[in-house]
Design a binder for this molecule. Structure first.
Ligand SMILES: Nc1ncnc2c1ncn2[C@@H]1O[C@H](COP(=O)(O)OP(=O)(O)OP(=O)(O)O)[C@@H](O)[C@H]1O
Length: 634
């Protein structure tokens, strides 16, 4: 269950919201224009009390019906004008702000695609989803409403108070009395609300993660009858969110009550004092009516400040959450200027690991690296099987080739070029991958396969499907155009694996990385796929993670990985003779030592004692440089 949240940076609300400027800049004129229109609308509203004053002191006092009708007409026109101006404001902001939201969402999506796999390992998907949906929606609403109305209402209150003070300054000061306590209350509110708003938005992210996991894992939940415990976990999170939302509501109710009550008390006091002044003849009845009407017209701009502040606070939190992701550095691009080599010259296909070491970013400081001292040379056109006990680092090693993770030391070269010197795009054109857990997307079968190669067409698709023994695709209801459900779950595991394999081979890659790609196939299909794969492997340089002898048989040589180190390299037969661990792994014998890490190379009591042959015998097809490297690792 995701509990870890990013540490919010200590930025004020305004500082946080200012970070939206690059997105707002293109629409700033529209926004500013809309704010001016809204201020004009509010000012029109403030003229209404002045017309009332004119009516009360003029036509009403003079008992002039024509004047009263004229006043009523003015009031009607002013009302229509105010409503029309607010309508124009809304029309002015709707389209540009939808554009701002869309461009922020597009940026976030693009950035997520470019973040390293290690980032995605660390961040719960729900936290990312909630940022891309709820938070961005909050930001659009903020730009459309609170941002404008904080400005408009602030200006209205200011202009209104100038009018009030000009009408009757003593009464104006009475109305101004609550300003200082209200400001202090707003500051306290902002601090408290900020913390609760952050908590609520993070909890929405947690909830999204649980919903997403439950939907994706529905088969496991049902299969193991875990719906009750899952529902309980969900309820606990919703309860937690409810408590936080109630805390927000309490804070909002408190500030709203204060913001409503204090000005009402001040208006009450002004009414009493004003009435006394009218009775004493110090003030005209029309001025008092106009004064009170203006004061009442200012009620909404003042009262709204509470929830406008709350919405701004939530938006500041949403901005922080958005930039927490956007601020994470993207995958580093090619570090050197070299790197053109694999593009130029005749295609060869040599892959070399030199002193490669890898440690996961979240590994305990001082812990053993997952991979260490990996020296391996795979010759052009060669297929190297990677065999090792579970957890020995096979998948991790294969992930280093397309730079899904970055080696922490040493280097990997393709035809002599360090992969860190190549543009990532080029690297991923050269190297194709298929993982044990095949992921398909909600798209057509053909589209899923063609994702493996830019610009590949019908012929390549047919060839790839044939190699992967995935011709079943032609027999689907809409052939290769048939949509696969989310994650391809509407297909069987073996079908998905074959499509993933087809995707890996469709672009005739120079380098192929296959992580146990046949594990979900029945023995007959496996034999067919292997037979077809042999042709592909003959034309490419490949690393194939293998758990079964049948997969190993596809390879020219085998590298045995033990506790993150290359323990031996040789042909299958050679390793069977020379390595007890390899013999044990291939035998599938039971009683293997179990442990949290990688098992020790087990004793195989019945295995004939094989004397360590000279290196030349074990690796007859290795170059002198291979032998030196491999001797170093043994
Ligand atoms: N994202 C990760 N973060 C931290 N540690 C990881 C991560 N992925 C794998 N590991 C650890 O790295 C080690 C090697 O894992 P890896 O998946 O490479 O092994 P493997 O040999 O492919 O195993 P298997 O045969 O079971 O697939 C394991 O101890 C594993 O716990």
């Amino acid at each position: 269950m995701p509990e870890k949240h990013a540490e919010p940076k200590d930025r004020s609300t305004v500082q946080s919201l200012m970070r939206l400027w690059p997105y707002v800049k293109p629409v700033r004129k529209r926004l500013f224009g809309a704010a001016l229109v809204a201020i004009a609308a509010s000012c029109v509203g403030l003229v209404i009390p002045l017309v009332l004053k004119w009516m009360v002191d003029g036509p009403v006092a003079d008992r002039d019906p024509g004047g009263v009708w004229l006043g009523a007409l003015y009031l009607l026109l002013l009302g229509i004008g105010e409503a029309a101006l607010f309508g124009v404001r809304r029309w002015m902001v709707a389209r540009p702000l939808a554009g701002v939201e869309a461009s922020m969402r597009a940026d976030l999506y693009r950035h997520l695609q470019r973040l390293p796999v290690a980032f995605h390992d660390r961040w719960p998907s729900g936290q990312l989803l909630s940022r891309a949906t709820t938070d961005l929606m909050l930001l659009r609403q903020f730009l459309a409403f609170p941002l404008t109305f904080l400005l408009v209402n602030g200006a209205t209150v200011l202009i209104g108070f100038v009018i009030l003070l000009m009408q009757q300054w003593t009464l104006g000061l009475v109305l101004l009395a609550p300003a200082a306590p209200l400001m202090i209350l707003c500051l306290v509110f902002e601090t408290k609300f900020s913390a609760v708003a952050r908590r609520a938005q993070d909890q929405v992210g947690d909830l999204t993660t649980v919903v997403e996991e439950s939907v994706l894992g529905i088969r496991i939940i049902k299969g193991f009858g875990r719906h009750r415990s899952q529902a309980l976990a969900f309820r606990t999170l919703t309860e937690r969110l409810r408590t936080t939302e109630l805390a927000k509501a309490r804070l909002l109710a408190g500030i709203w009550a204060s913001i409503t009550l204090l000005p009402e008390l001040a208006i009450g006091a002004a009414l009493v004092i004003g009435t006394v002044q009218v009775a004493d003849g110090d003030l005209s009845a029309g001025t008092l009516v106009a004064f009170l009407s203006t004061a009442l017209a200012l009620r909404w701009p003042i009262e709204s400040i509470g929830f406008l502040l709350a919405m701004s606070q939530e938006s500041a939190t949403a901005t922080q959450r958005f930039f927490e992701v956007m601020d994470v550095a993207e995958e580093a691009e090619a570090s050197g200027a070299a790197g053109q080599a694999p593009d130029e010259g005749p295609a060869r296909g040599e892959m070399v690991f030199e002193g490669v070491e890898f440690r996961y970013p979240d590994a305990e400081p001082g812990s053993e690296p997952v991979l260490a001292r990996i020296d391996l040379r795979i010759r052009p056109g060669e297929t190297m099987a990677l065999v090792g006990a579970t957890g020995s680092g096979k998948t991790t090693l294969t992930a280093l080739v397309p730079r899904l993770h970055e080696a922490t030391a040493g280097r990997i070269t393709l035809d002599g070029t360090d992969i860190t010197d190549m543009p990532r795009e080029r690297l991923r054109e050269l190297v194709s991958v298929a993982f044990e857990e095949p992921t398909l997307f909600s798209a057509g079968v053909g589209e899923n396969v063609l994702m493996g190669a830019e610009g590949a067409g019908e012929d390549e698709l047919r060839r790839a499907l044939a190699i992967a023994q995935a011709d079943f695709a032609h027999g689907l209801p809409q052939g290769v155009g048939t949509q696969v459900g989310e994650q391809g779950l509407s297909l069987s595991g073996g079908q998905r694996q074959r499509l993933a394999l087809a995707r890996a081979v469709v672009g005739r890659p120079r380098f192929l990385v296959l992580d146990d790609p046949l594990s979900a196939l029945d023995v007959h299909t496996e034999a067919l796929v292997e037979a077809a794969l042999r042709q592909v492997l003959a034309e490419t340089t490949a690393i194939v993670v293998a758990h079964r002898p049948s997969t190993v048989m596809l390879a020219d040589r085998v590298a045995l990985l033990s506790r993150g180190r290359i323990a031996a390299v040789g042909t299958h037969q050679e390793l069977l003779r020379s390595s007890a661990e390899y013999a044990w792994l291939m035998s599938g014998a039971e009683g293997a030592p179990e442990g949290p890490g990688v098992p020790e190379a087990p004793e195989v009591p019945d295995a004939p004692e094989a004397p360590e042959p000279p290196a030349e015998d074990v690796f007859p097809d290795l170059s002198a440089e291979d032998l030196l490297a491999e001797k170093g690792t043994r």
